[in-house]
Every structure is written in structure tokens, then in C-alpha cells.
Design a protein around this ligand. Sequence first.
Ligand code: SAM
Length: 388
Amino acid sequence: MVPELQYVFLFGRNPKLSYLELASYFKARELAFKPIAWFERACMVSFPQELSAEALVEELAGTVKIAKLLFSCNENELEERISSANLYEGTKNKIMYFVDVINASPSVREFFKDAFKRQRLKAVHKSVAPHILAKKSYEYVDITVIKNDSKFFVAKTIACSNPHKFRERDINRPFTEPEIMSSVRLARILVNLSCTMPKATILDPFCGIGTVLQEAMLLGYDVKGLELNPERAKHCMENLEWIKKRFNTSADFEVKNGDAKKLSNYFENESIDAIVTEPELGPLLKTLPAEQEAKQIVSTLQRLYEKFFSEAKLVLKPEGKIVVVIPQFRTKNSRLFTINMDKILHENGFRIFNATKNLPIKASVPYLYKEEWHKIERLIYVLEKVLK
Ligand SMILES: C[S@@+](CC[C@H](N)C(=O)[O-])C[C@H]1O[C@@H](n2cnc3c(N)ncnc32)[C@H](O)[C@@H]1O
């Protein structure tokens, strides 16, 4: 019997959302995915064969590092196991290393210092992880030590994400509009949450300048966009042309200028595999709104979303999915105003889809996505049609 290989996926901000992305990615491709333990911001997963970690970390937006488990042991064995582990396989005698610690005491770093010394390596400890520096020009050993109950897990990074690549796609495209666009990382996570096979067709009916669409194209999907503002629709088209040339992708794109409330006028019935969108979220708020203002915004958005969902169900294929970001508004006096999603889902025949439903480690959908600097909170919904 071939022994299973164990990997640790280390996530950035929003670890459970990143885990949901990972589970959706594997489910879409019908690949075996066996999560075995959750550690704060990391997940240990077992696979029957070697992973193409470099390629995988490029496709996933929420995973910052993929590490291979070197060993697990009890506390009294830890120093000895570290000193005999194969920490560095290169040929240089001067290297740098970083030790990430989850739940364990930072003092475990001393064991690595001693281990490298014993292996006659000139190893300089760094306090910055290599994925932050995104430099590969020198030898960098990146280790994660996790303590769970009384057990220690030691893993060595085999691939890490490159933040410069995300930045390049953000700032170098012909048009950016920070006030209205989704972050490139979130856009890619949303696309992966759609749990749809690459080469399928993804639609963003509120496409803005095309952040979701560009990430979908780079993941191999054909894309369609709709945008109310004619100038933005043009900018979106130019951005996607730039993506196609710059990254040499064969994915097709089509962008139309129009109203998502009349989606079925622009796209054929049952022609779309997944709708992925951060839609119109209401006016830009500089401060938390007063109750009256929040009530007003929610009621305007409720009408827009009701119409949009009644059209979405027409253009989606029977097995189609929707990934949509829905805002909720906390007021100055801490009251929360929300969109009535139960009504929208019930009236249009959608239900929550959760790729982690049958897994031993779960993430919740809708997922509350809230960053300190956000004036509005967002719920990320993943939906499927209720088949009759
Ligand atoms: C949050 S932005 C979209 C961000 C975009 N999904 C992305 O990937 O960057 C919302 C966009 O919806 C557009 N919009 C607003 N109402 C619309 C409608 N009824 N139909 C289509 N687009 C609409 C706005 O002009 C704006 O560009």
C-alpha cells in the first residue's frame, strides 16, 4: 500500500474562507481531498500522491504556503527529531531560514539554530517569511512548527505564493478604480468558490472594470460581463484584452453594457455555468451610517437584488452556481441592517452550497468577510439551484 503524504496548507487573512476555497477547488476537479486536522490558520491534508505544490499555490488566492510534513512527535522527542531531520537539501553552505510557530513556544527556534550548526551550515535566522519577500534568489528554508494538544508537527515549505504577481495584475492593467473594484485576491477566491470545472463559462453581471473576470480567465474559464456604466464596460474590455495578451491565455471574454435587472435580455437562457460577483453595494460610506440611511440603502439594494436573482435563475444552467457578496450595514448605534436573503433564495429556488459539507473540517457559508478598515460588512454566499 502506498503511504499517504501529508501536507500543511497555511492560510493568510480569513483562514476559514481560504480553506473553503481549497475544498471547492478540489471538489470542482473531482480530486481526492482529505483534511485531517485544523490548526488556527492552517490545515493538514493527506493526499495519495505528490502534489504539484508550485502550480497549486499559484491557482489558490488564500493559501500563502504549502508545506510538506516532515514528522510529528511528542515534546520530549522534538529537539532530537529536528536535529536529525532533512531540513536543507541544497548545495550551498550559507542559507537563511524562517520558523513559523503555531501554538508552540517561539523558543523552539533555538533547536533549528543548533540543528543547522550540527549540519555545518551557516544559517541565518530571518524574522520575515519568504512569501512576504517573494525572493528566490538565495537559499531560504521555511519551516512551520505546530503544537496541537501535546503533539508537535514540523513541516517544510515547498511552495509559497508571490504577492508581487497579485500586485502586478492589480496596478499594471490599463484601468484601475480602487473605490469600486474587488481586491484581486478576493476576486480569485470568489471564482474558486464557484466550484466549477475550468473551461466553464463564468458571468459577472456587475463586472465593473473586470477584476473577477480577469481572475476567472487566468484560471482557464471563459467569461462574460455586464456593466451598467458604459465607460466602465469599455475599461473592462480593455483590461481583459490586456490580461489575454500579457498572460497569453486562450480564455474567451465578452463584455456588454447593460442592466443586471434585465440579465436575460443579454444572455441566453441556461447558458451560464456560474455567476460570480461583488455586485453594487450601495453608496461609498466614509463613516458608519445613521439608522435612517442604512434602512434606505438596504431597501434600495433589496429591490435590485430581488430583480437580479429572478433573472439569474433564467440564464444559469440547471446545475449552475452563484457566488455573490452581499453587504450588511452596522449603524453608528451598532444596529445591523441586512438584506433579506431567505426571501430571495426561497422565491427564486436557490439554496446554500457548501463544499465542506461532507468533510470532517467545515467552513460556514455564508461566510462573514469583515476587515477592520471596511465600513460595510460582507457576507459571501455560495448558492446552487434547487433542482425540481
Ligand atoms: C462593486 S462594483 C463591481 C466590482 C466587480 N465585480 C469587480 O470584479 O471588480 C459594482 C459595479 O456594478 C455596477 N452596477 C450598478 N448597478 C448595476 C446594474 N443594475 N447592472 C449592472 N451593473 C451595475 C456599478 O457601475 C459598478 O461598476
